[in-house]
Ligand binder design. Structure first.
Ligand code: FES
Length: 173
């Protein structure tokens, strides 16, 4: 079930740590990259490579907000809603995204393009109001910047192209 690329990613991550099992999060991110979420059926194979119990991987998926155990949108929008961003208008940014995509926080658009997942502080308060779209930071957001980003994400097959065009803050997660 795991692609050769995913298996290689996991093995490469295992070499980066003194204890191979420390590569659990890298492993889950590799699985999520392949399937778009941490497909439960793929976890036993990943766990076997790591030499750990598959239940441990499953527990991590349910613990972390950025790991998904069911399919989500092609693009994940994570606007920060915490204090620094809130003071600079993140509530209006989130409302604008909701209006624009016709979804509520936590929902996915019917075409499967976008999931809106507001987050607590994303450790980029200097960019407030900011969000992570897929794995790239975008800061000093305005409704116009959000519109530009959503247009480009909707039209693009690869998020990387968009990050280069729109310009981002701190770069990739
Ligand atoms: S409060 Fe938004 S990044 Fe910290």
């Amino acid at each position: 079930m795991l692609s050769e690329e995913t298996v290689q990613e996991i093995r490469a991550a295992m070499k980066r740590y003194p204890r191979q099992r420390s590569a659990v999060l890298d492993t889950l991110r590799a699985v999520q990259r392949q399937f778009g979420y941490c497909k439960p059926e793929a976890l036993p194979e990943a766990a076997e490579i790591l030499g750990i119990d598959a239940n441990a991987l499953q527990m991590l998926v349910t613990f972390y907000d950025m790991l998904y155990d069911e399919p989500v949108g092609e693009h994940i929008l994570m606007p920060c809603k915490n204090i620094a961003c809130f003071l600079r208008g993140s509530d209006q940014i989130i409302e604008h995204i909701c209006d624009r995509l016709k979804i509520k926080p936590g929902e996915t658009t019917p075409d499967g393009k976008f999931t809106l997942q507001p987050m607590e502080c994303l450790a980029a308060c200097d960019l407030a109001p900011m969000m992570i779209a897929d794995e790239t930071y975008y800061g000093n957001l305005t409704n116009e910047k959000v519109d530009e980003l959503l247009d480009k994400l909707a039209a693009s097959d690869t998020h990387r192209e968009v990050a280069e065009e729109v310009g981002s803050g701190h770069g990739n997660v």
